[in-house]
Design a protein around this ligand. Structure first.
Ligand SMILES: [Zn+2]
Length: 75
């Protein structure tokens, strides 16, 4: 893995990440009681580039699974 900004491979190990309200919402084709359902993507893992300080954020495995299901259902 490398930094998407400076391409350095000098990254920290992965660690937990927490940011209370920040998340991305992806609309699905499923309908819920109150309208369309969404996949809520929150970053919960991170690494930092030790050369440039860029913070790389990653969603959890469960969210990744749901986003891949969503991508499959749109194809
Ligand atoms: Zn970097």
């Amino acid at each position: 893995m490398h930094c998407p900004v400076c391409q350095s491979e000098n990254l920290t190990e992965e660690t937990s990440f927490s940011m209370f309200h920040a998340h991305a919402m992806f609309r699905t084709t499923e309908a819920g009681l109150l309208g369309p359902k969404y996949v809520m993507a929150k970053a919960d893992r991170s690494r930092v580039c030790l050369d440039g300080g860029y913070l790389l954020l990653f969603v959890g495995e469960k969210t990744l699974e749901r986003l891949n299901e969503r991508a499959g259902s749109r194809a």
